[in-house]
Design a binder for this molecule. Structure first.
Ligand SMILES: Nc1ncnc2c1ncn2[C@@H]1O[C@H](COP(=O)(O)OP(=O)(O)OP(=O)(O)O)[C@@H](O)[C@H]1O
Ligand SMILES: [Mg+2]
Length: 231
């Protein structure tokens, strides 16, 4: 039977577990994420061998007939099932990079439907299938008792009128909203010159306090981000 909670105010103790890290290539996204406790990387770039984090390569594989012999949709489902059902020691999952995973999900839907783009699937069914797969992936990850880190590249948008430019996450806005609606902290990584790396909090769900971050390692990492805690 469902038990209702007591009708009394609760004292919130906000602690971030879902992170979105974005930045230009080589700006230190994967490097920073790799210091989170016990990471497992869902990697798309194929060169994770260069990194130190245990990884699963996420990709669509096509057979000779052009059909998928491995679909990222099934692969991601399988990873989540394993994380939910088998004992393991991982504490952080890195989605490196979410932009590619979105493209690969699109690709898998298109191949399964024998079309070139989601737009070619009638009645908007391509887009709705995509949205529900991405939403389920994000919700399933969020429900795991782990930190989740989405990594995204950077896009420079130039306003020709004012001749100014702005860096933004490269994940398409509608996908960004799905992913970010489930994130607590957004962190921008930047590299200046040859070896100055910075991390800046660009959005947050709550004003976090160091004493609320239970994991000392995560607290230390977040302390290196500008604008994380109030001085
Ligand atoms: N804070 C840092 N201090 C020292 N070295 C760093 C730091 N951040 C990154 N580096 C170095 O910079 C290199 C590139 O960093 P990293 O691989 O994290 O970039 P990235 O943003 O993930 O790039 P990509 O988008 O290409 O995957 C790493 O090999 C690492 O040695
Ligand atoms: Mg990287």
């Amino acid at each position: 039977m469902i038990q209702l909670p007591k009708d009394e105010p609760r004292k919130p103790q906000p602690e971030p577990h879902n992170f979105f890290i974005w930045g230009a290539t080589m700006s230190g996204k994967s490097y920073f994420a790799s210091f989170f406790p016990h990471p497992l990387s869902l990697n798309t770039d194929g060169n994770a061998k260069q990194g130190s984090v245990p990884d699963i390569q996420i990709r669509n594989i096509r057979g000779k007939d052009g059909k998928l012999t491995q679909s990222v949709i099934e692969q991601l489902d399988g990873v989540i099932t394993q994380l939910q059902t088998t004992p393991h020691t991982f504490k952080t999952i890195l989605v490196d990079v979410i932009d590619d995973i979105c493209v690969m999900i699109e690709q898998a839907i298109c191949i399964d439907n024998n079309v070139q783009t989601l737009n070619d699937i009638p009645f908007g069914k391509g887009f709705s299938t995509f949205n529900s797969i991405l939403q389920r992936f994000v919700m399933d990850l969020k429900a795991l008792p782990m930190n989740v880190i989405y990594i995204s590249r950077e896009l420079i948008i130039t306003d020709e009128k004012t001749n100014t430019s702005e860096a933004v996450p490269s994940l398409k806005t509608k996908y960004y909203n799905i992913v970010n609606g489930n994130c607590d902290l957004v962190i921008h990584t930047q590299k200046f010159g040859n070896d100055t790396y910075t991390r800046t909090v660009t959005d947050r769900r709550a004003k976090y306090k160091p004493e609320n971050i239970k994991d000392a390692r995560v607290r230390k990492l977040l302390e290196t981000c500008n604008g994380m805690f109030e001085k």
